[in-house]
Write a protein that binds this ligand. Structure first.
Ligand code: BLA
Length: 509
């Protein structure tokens, strides 16, 4: 059963991170029936309600809290419209004369889950804050500035030492594309991390629950009692705001020297585009209200990102059409250009980033940039002839197309082939080098490594070694939009080739 599951480094993807049965020690949790009878509590509940779990369980919540709070909570329940909503009440004392608390409420199955933490000073003019944050974002002329401003705004709001914008690639690995950090702590910008650093069930959860906080990686977690209900089920903590996190992940953060973290999902087109990832080198607990503001900001950031990315794509494809017109125009006035792989390579890679270009026309070949050896190029061409005719073909793993691709993987691991005639087929092929050659990583090989109780795999350097395995023989993928551009270029090149063939035929007669 889930309760017996032992997590280790080989089964990360199966750790039931929503069923760990504990919260972080900065607040309390109550699980109630829909008629507001207490069914479970966090073991520390006496610190908040002056009564032990044994006294509370089975009794109505109304016996133990301020009627005003109960009233507010009942009201909020009406707003729990979807199963993934969490409602919030700020600054409400648990009992008259006690300090104010911030309280979250959501449904977990048929139970009402109430979580509270000591409230803090009101965050001020919340709408004004978000409006100002959005104005700063919208002022940014390009995506790079937009990411950077997003990181800065989150850092200004929450006060973490380091705030990163972490973007997922289609294969699930990620890159730090922007960063705002306290001076003197170095930079992670531009670094890549393996997909396995954030396992699949965590990614799935982060689509439902947009924000998570780790107040202190060394905090002693508080169990929820009873752990199992009468049906032997643990409490599903997917939407909990105090949920304790995987010991494996805590070890990872400790090995990075991080003491507290927070991350907020960036969701574009219903997919997890990336995260705002925040690190602090001491325990840190931004108020619930500020966390909620940062969540709202991230949702607006995501919407803006969606429209910016769409605009950027339109612009990119428009530029690519210009390039294709240029190509047509240039060859029309000087047909020998088509036999010049350097010229062709330059113009094609200005539209589609690649490390090398190979041209195969009428059994003759030419190269520019970093490409596989000639014999391998011939083998690749033969294999390409077995793919669908008249279509652009791409792969990030040439090894799946021909045998023995390991030998030249470093130079060429991925390709995009543009067929430019019918039969026999001629091709222009763009090559991409192996990803592990072309991206950067932090693990400093000169620093001594210290292993934690969960072993070396969780240090950045060892994690990188693992990642090198995962991406061995693979290039950065060609995107859908790059494939569309390649189709445009194919149509242009075919037009050129056909025209040249016609002219050659005319000359012969
Ligand atoms: C979760 N891993 C995470 C999270 C991040 C990362 C951001 C989200 C939780 C959080 O906010 O801290 C990874 N953090 C990174 C990366 C950077 C960073 C890449 O700052 C780069 C700068 N992790 C492993 C392995 C396992 C693993 C091998 O490396 C599994 C055995 C597990 N990571 C793991 C789990 C979670 C996680 C289980 C979910 C934690 C939770 O939400 O409960």
């Amino acid at each position: 059963t889930d309760g017996d599951f032992q997590v280790d480094l080989t089964n990360c993807d199966r750790e039931p991170i929503h069923l760990l049965g504990a919260i972080q020690p900065v607040g309390f949790l109550l699980a109630l029936s829909t008629d507001w009878l207490i069914q479970r509590t966090s073991a520390n509940i006496a610190d908040y309600l002056d009564h032990s779990p044994e006294t509370l369980i089975g009794n109505p919540l109304s016996d133990f809290v301020d009627p005003q709070l109960l009233h507010d909570l009942r009201n909020r329940c009406a707003y729990l419209v979807s199963s993934d909503t969490v409602e919030r009440v700020y600054g409400c004392p648990l009992r008259p004369g006690h300090p104010p608390f911030d309280v979250a409420i959501h449904f977990s199955g048929k139970q009402i889950v109430v979580e509270g933490e000591l409230g803090s000073k009101n965050a001020g003019d919340a709408t004004g804050t978000v409006r100002w944050m959005m104005a700063r974002l919208d002022n940014q002329p390009n995506l790079e500035g937009f990411y950077r401003e997003g990181a800065r705004q989150i850092r200004a709001l929450l006060g973490y030492d380091r705030v990163m914008v972490y973007k997922f690639a289609p294969d699930g690995h990620g890159e730090v594309v922007a960063e705002a950090a306290k001076p003197g702590i170095g930079s992670f910008k531009g670094l890549h991390y393996p997909a396995s650093d954030i396992p699949v069930q965590a990614r799935a959860l982060y689509l439902r629950n947009l924000i998570r906080i780790i107040h202190d990686v060394d905090g002693v977690t508080v169990p929820i009692v009873p752990a199992l209900n009468e049906n032997k089920q643990p409490l599903d903590l997917s939407l909990s705001v105090l949920r304790s996190v995987s010991p494996i992940h805590l070890e990872y953060l400790r090995n990075m020297g991080v003491r507290a973290s927070l991350s907020i999902s960036i969701v574009v087109d219903d997919k997890l585009w990336g995260l705002f990832a925040c690190h602090h080198y001491a325990p840190l607990s931004p108020s619930f209200e500020r966390r909620s503001l940062s969540e709202l900001f991230s949702q607006m950031f995501s919407l803006r990102l969606e429209s910016r990315e769409r605009r950027e794509l339109v612009e990119y494809e428009r530029r690519a059409r210009d390039i294709s017109d240029q190509l047509l125009g240039a060859v029309a006035s000087d047909e020998t250009l088509l036999n010049d792989p350097d010229w062709l390579g330059d113009i094609l890679t200005s539209a589609i980033p690649a490390d090398g270009v190979g041209v195969w026309i009428n059994g003759a070949y030419a190269f520019s940039g970093t490409t596989p050896p000639t014999d391998d190029f011939r083998r690749i061409i033969r294999a390409l002839n077995g793919t669908a005719a008249g279509k652009v073909y791409s792969t990030d793993h040439i090894g799946s197309l021909v045998d023995g691709a390991d030998a030249f993987a470093k130079e060429a691991s991925g390709l995009l082939a543009i067929p430019i005639s019918r039969s026999p087929r001629d091709y222009v092929v763009l090559f991409r080098s192996e990803m592990k050659e072309s991206v950067r990583w932090a693990g400093d090989p000169h620093k001594p490594i210290e292993y934690g109780p969960n072993g070396p795999r969780l240090t950045p350097r060892e994690s990188f070694a693992e990642w090198q395995e995962e991406v061995s023989g693979r290039s950065v993928q060609f995107t859908a939009s790059q494939l569309r551009v390649a189709e445009t270029l194919r149509a242009t090149l075919i037009e050129v080739v056909l025209r040249l063939a016609d002219e050659a035929a005319a000359e012969r007669h």
